[in-house]
Structure formats: structure tokens, C-alpha cells
Design a protein around this ligand. Structure first.
Ligand SMILES: [Ca+2]
Ligand SMILES: [Ca+2]
Ligand SMILES: [Ca+2]
Ligand SMILES: [Ca+2]
Length: 653
């Protein structure tokens, strides 16, 4: 049913009433507030892990005598029951003793029951396969509208087919994706554009669990700054990589060799992410290799790839060094219309920022961008280009943690548990380290691995979940209050794969063009929110929103209002619009002293007819969804123009 949004008496309170309340509250808050000069400029994070109920520990030994104990694992933000709230899947890890005994359940699944309250539903979800979990990536491989989970592991992966309502069926063996060896990064993309997502799986080193290299046994490969440590990866044999082509019938065929992504030289593969770096409409693949050159595979449109890492300048550091690479993300951090690459690396190395120059390849601006110096001492893993401040510019987040617990015995230098880092985009190709100003350095240190990004509490600010080795995960809620507008897009493919992995959204707002692509796996062995998020700064609307679906179909929406979550279906436009709370900012949204904070238990201030209610978490809950074609805010045009062909009856949906 279409609702009449022009009715001023819609809802329980009139617009005039809400406005009057808003003025009152604004005055009250303004009077009570202490102004801080930088408020709004730097994102602020709150660690809610404990009160959110994220209490299950990742599994690891304290000593980590073997390299296999250091590499797990990833974390995923995705909505397993399609209720609009992100749930969290954490890879569990294991120990050599446990593994020899059958291993540990590969992942823990937390359902978000209400705002930022999670419960562990792993057992009832049917996620029972045991082993040694490493990475995670989410997609809808069978296009049935239910998200599926792929977990990499040492000695065997798991593919959990979604049945709806956060229940899963283990189809690993039926699908033929169990694999073997030391599997790490996984990433989904429909590389041959047949409407079904395919799956790349990186593999690390060759390891025989019955003949593990003894701790400290080799003077060359099992030493670090003079102390005894686990052996490897140096001196170890590597493993090839895998590519599973989706046959569309629930099974996969391993085609890495045929496709040219098998890594015949057996580099130590870790993080992997797909992205169309050359804008030809076909997904390309970046693979971060530890202690060796990285791979950039260009998609040749015929089911095969050409490895162009060295040719494009994305394999080594600026000074020609092979670095120990872990995590990776693609992002257009300078609004140039091209995806650049950020890669996290081992200690005493900078991170790489491979700036995409188009036809001239890439140039590593790790040092020049000023992300190199502050990251140099740490061992760096989970990462993402993320606009935490909603100003339309991508910042860079990095999760750190050493591989050797023994480094704590070395008097100087970095320790095993390390701080997280955030680099603010200064819009000139350089970044500023705002780890301290954003509150990240006040969060207890941990040895971190995967990091995933998404809007966990649906307030329009991107949040992050981080895996901590041997400890429960960290959930950081972004409490920024800068008044900036923003938007999220949930895409549903019809001709394209249903989760729209690989879809590209390009928006134009206040004359600025931004784009991003939907990723099935990335960062370090992790999965971000499948919804694409854009910060819009002061822009209250987008002049245009162009969606390039993986099928190749391009559709454009015009004059779309900001501050909403849009669900868009390939071929039929906006299916639903969920308003976001009004951007927090200005007088009523600065840092609140305790007395004023108590007033948060009030109706949300907004002239919107969709008056929200503040929950105990301090943010708004908005219940009403707007029908197809309607706009989110009363001030916006009454309906967004939709240009694009209508779906034909033959399209799957
Ligand atoms: Ca959910
Ligand atoms: Ca599915
Ligand atoms: Ca391409
Ligand atoms: Ca949020």
C-alpha cells in the first residue's frame, strides 16, 4: 500500500509537534554541551563488544609454536535472516592438539537479536563442521535469495547453504569445494558473467601436521631478532591456489590451472579481493602473498586471466622489495574513477598504497601517502577503504598484531598485542594518522587479524568488527556526530548473481562522483557488509545513482534523497526505502555530558513523518518502510526517476 506522506497528521505526532520538540531538545542539549574544537572532524569509536554479548573466544595457544597457529582468522558482517540487521560470523581457529582430535567448529555465528545485542546461534544454525577455520566469505551461490557462507580452513573448507532464518545446510562435499592444504583467503565473483558467483581460494604453505617444523629448530627460518620463534613461512614449500567455477547446479569445478590463476610457483597466498581495476566491466583479482610478489590477475573475458602484478607495478614495494602481504582492499580514494589497492604487510615494512594511474599502471604511494611511516613497526592484517566520517572520502583502517608472542621478551620494539590504526583521507593523496584522536588507541591492545566493515546499528555510520587471536572479537561502533549525510544500497541481482557481488554503484552528489563495488570476501580473510555505503557530506540528495550490474546492465536513478537504505532490484528499481535517522550533528549532537545524555531516552528529533523512537542503546529505531518508488524524506522529490528496462518475464527473481 502506498502511504500518503503529505499528511501532516501521519503517525502519532504531527510534524509541528515533532519540530517543536526538536527545538526544545536542541536548546537543552546546546546549553548542556561542552564544545570540543575537533568534535565532528574525527570519527569516534565505542567498544561495545562485551555488552553486545560477543563473548566466545577465538581458539589459539598462548605460545604459538607453529605457523598454522598464527594465521587464523577472518570475521564477517552479514545479515543471515534478512531482517535488516547485520549478524556476525567469527572464524574460530584451533590448536594442533584439537586438530589432531578432529578440530574445532569452524565458525561462531552471532545473531543480532535487537539493537547491538547478540546471541550465539552456531548450534541451532547448523554450523557444525569441525576443522581449523581460517577465512570467511559470503555470497548467494545458488541464487535462491538466501546468503551462503564459505569458510576456508586448514585441511578442508566448508560451504554452508543458507536455508533462511539463519539456518544452514552443509553442502561442502556435494558442491565439491572441500579442497585440501592450507587454505586462507576466499573471494567470490562471477568472473565469466554467467549469473553464478565463482570462488577463488588462496593457499599458504605446505604443512604436514605429523611433521611440523619444530619451534626454533632452524637458525635461519625459526629466529626473530635473536629469539626462538615458530618456523616459516620462509624456507617452507608454498601451495598453489584454487578457483572453483560455479556450474549453476549446486556444484563447482576446480579450474585454476585452465584459468591461469593456479600460482604454479606456489607463493604464500593470504588475502584476496576481486575488483574491476581497469573499468572494462569484468572482475579482476588481487592476491596478497606473504614474503613474495603479489598477484594482479587481469580478466581476459574468456574464462582466463593474465597475471600482471609486475607489469602494472602492484607486485612489489616502490623500492622493488617483496613484502610479507596479508590483507587487501580496492578503493577509489581520490575520486579518479579508478580502483587503487591498499595492501597490509609484515613488521618493519610499510603498507602499500598502489595508486591506480589508469593506462600507466600503478605506483606504490605507501610512503608518499604517509600511511607507511606510522604502520612500519606493526604486523598488519585486516584493512579497508572506509568512509567513517561520511564526508565522501575513503579513510583507511588497519588491524595489527604480531605473529610471535615471544616478542614480548624483547625489551625494545613492538609487542605481540598492538593498537589499531586509522588514517584520515586528507583529499590530496595523503593521509593523517588519527588512531589516537578517534579513540582507537584507548581500546585494550590485542593481537588482531581480520577486520570487517558495515553499519551494524543502521545509523548510517560504518562500524567495524575485528578478530582477536585467542580472545573474543571486538565490535567498535562509530559514534561520529558530524551532521554529514549518507546512504546505503542493498542490491539484489536478477539476471546477475542474486547478492550482486561485483555490482558497481557510482553516485554523483554535490558534483562529486564516488563509486564502490560489492565484495564477496576481502580485507584479511573477512567479509564486509554487502550493502554499499557512501558518505555524502553536506549533500542532502544525489543527482544520480548509476548501478552497473555484473550482468552488464546499467541502470540510473536520479534525484535520490540522502539518509536512507535503498533496496534496489536489478531491472525493477527501488523495492524499498528504509529511512536512516537524521544525521547526528550540530548543537544537539555534540559530545554530551552525563546529564544531557540521560535525555537520550526521548523520541528521536526529526520533522520526518516516520518519527523514530530512541532505544536504550541511544539511537533511533525506525519502523516504517516506504513503498517502491517513494522517496525517503519529505523534502525530496516525490518519486525518484527510474531509467532502465523493465524486467522481462524470463529474468530470474
Ligand atoms: Ca540479521
Ligand atoms: Ca543461497
Ligand atoms: Ca577488469
Ligand atoms: Ca553504525
Amino acid at each position: 500500500m502506498r502511504t500518503d506522506k503529505s499528511d501532516p497528521h501521519y503517525g502519532s505526532m504531527s510534524i509541528a509537534g515533532v519540530l517543536a520538540l526538536c527545538v526544545l531538545f536542541s536548546l537543552a542539549f546546546a546549553m548542556a554541551q561542552t564544545k570540543t574544537p575537533s568534535a565532528g572532524a574525527v570519527p569516534q569509536f565505542e567498544d561495545v563488544s562485551k555488552q553486545a554479548g560477543l563473548t566466545t573466544s577465538h581458539i589459539s595457544t598462548a605460545e604459538q609454536h607453529y605457523i598454522i597457529e598464527s594465521m587464523s582468522g577472518g570475521i564477517a558482517l552479514f545479515d543471515c535472516d534478512d531482517d535488516g540487521r547485520l549478524d556476525i560470523a567469527m572464524v574460530n581457529g584451533s590448536t594442533v592438539e584439537h586438530y589432531r582430535d578432529g578440530g574445532d567448529p569452524l565458525i561462531t555465528l552471532y545473531h543480532q537479536d535487537e539493537d547491538l545485542k547478540f546471541s550465539n546461534i552456531t548450534q541451532s544454525a547448523g554450523l557444525k563442521r569441525k576443522g581449523w577455520g581460517m577465512g570467511i566469505a559470503v555470497a548467494d551461490f545458488d541464487n535462491d535469495g538466501k546468503l551462503d557462507i564459505f569458510v576456508t580452513g586448514f585441511g578442508g573448507n566448508a560451504l554452508y547453504r543458507g536455508l533462511g532464518n539463519c539456518k544452514f545446510e552443509d553442502v561442502t562435499d556435494k558442491a565439491g569445494v572441500r579442497g585440501s592444504g592450507f587454505m586462507t583467503g576466499a573471494a567470490w565473483a562471477d568472473y565469466d558473467r554467467d549469473g553464478y558467483v565463482d570462488l577463488f581460494v588462496a593457499r599458504y604453505v605446505h604443512l604436514d601436521m605429523n611433521k611440523l617444523p619444530e619451534f626454533g629448530s632452524n637458525e635461519e627460518f625459526c629466529r626473530y631478532k635473536g629469539i626462538l620463534v615458530q618456523c616459516g613461512p620462509w624456507g617452507m614449500e608454498g601451495e598453489s591456489d584454487l578457483l572453483y567455477h560455479n556450474r549453476g547446479d549446486g556444484t563447482f569445478e576446480e579450474v585454476s590451472k585452465k584459468a591461469g590463476v593456479d600460482d604454479p610457483r606456489h607463493r604464500y597466498g593470504l588475502g584476496a579481493v576481486w575488483g574491476d581495476y581497469d573499468n572494462d566491466g569484468w572482475p579482476d583479482l588481487y592476491v596478497a602473498n606473504d614474503a613474495g610478489p603479489n598477484f594482479l590477475y587481469h580478466n581476459k573475458h574468456d574464462g582466463t586471466f593474465e597475471e600482471v602484478g609486475l607489469l602494472t607495478g602492484t607486485a612489489l614495494s616502490a623500492d622493488g622489495q617483496e613484502l610479507g602481504s596479508m590483507g587487501v582492499d580496492f578503493g577509489d580514494y581520490k575520486h579518479e574513477g579508478r580502483l587503487s589497492v591498499f595492501v597490509t604487510n609484515f613488521t618493519d615494512q610499510p603498507n602499500n598504497l598502489y595508486h591506480n594511474l589508469g593506462s600507466q599502471g600503478f605506483i606504490d604511494e605507501g610512503w608518499a601517502s604517509k600511511t607507511g611511516q606510522p604502520s612500519f613497526p606493526y604486523v598488519k592484517w585486516g584493512t579497508g577503504f572506509v568512509d567513517f566520517s561520511n564526508n565522501g572520502w575513503l579513510d583507511i583502517f588497519v588491524a595489527n598484531g604480531h605473529v610471535y608472542p615471544q616478542v614480548d621478551a624483547i625489551p625494545s620494539g613492538v609487542k605481540y598485542r598492538q593498537p589499531m590504526q586509522l588514517f584520515r583521507n586528507l583529499r590530496d593523496g595523503t593521509f593523517e594518522d588519527i588512531s589516537a584522536a578517534s579513540g582507537l588507541t584507548q581500546i585494550p591492545l590485542a593481537c588482531r587479524r581480520g577486520a570487517a566493515f558495515g553499519d551494524v546499528n543502521n545509523d548510517g555510520n560504518l562500524d567495524t568488527a575485528i578478530l582477536n587471536v585467542g580472545e573474543p572479537p571486538t565490535l567498535l561502533i562509530n559514534r561520529s556526530k558530524n551532521g554529514n549525510h549518507r546512504v546505503l544500497f542493498k542490491l539484489i541481482g536478477t539476471k546477475s548473481n542474486r547478492a550482486a557481488i561485483g555490482a558497481r554503484v557510482t553516485i554523483r552528489a554535490a558534483g562529486v562522483k564516488q563509486f564502490n563495488e560489492v565484495h564477496g570476501g576481502g580485507s584479511y580473510l573477512s567479509q564486509n557488509d554487502l550493502r554499499l555505503h557512501f558518505g555524502l557530506g553536506t549533500a542532502k540528495k544525489m543527482e544520480s545513482v548509476e548501478i552497473r550490474w555484473p550482468s552488464g546492465k546499467v541502470e540510473t536513478l536520479e534525484n535520490l534523497a540522502a539518509d536512507a537504505i535503498y533496496t534496489i532490484v536489478e531491472g525493477s528499481g527501488i523495492r524499498s526505502t528504509t529511512p536512516l535517522p537524521p544525521p547526528a550533528g550540530g548543537a544537539m549532537n555534540g559530545a554530551l555530558p552525563p546529564a544531557a545524555a540521560a535525555k537520550r531516552q526521548q523520541p528521536c528529533c526529526s520533522p520526518s513523518p516516520w518519527a523514530g523512537v530512541r532505544t536504550t542503546g541511544g539511537f533511533c529505531r525506525w519502523s516504517r518502510r516506504v513503498e517502491v518508488g517513494a522517496t525517503a524524506r519529505p523534502a525530496a522529490p516525490r518519486s525518484a526517476l527510474f531509467h532502465g528496462p523493465h524486467p522481462s518475464s524470463s529474468e530470474r527473481f
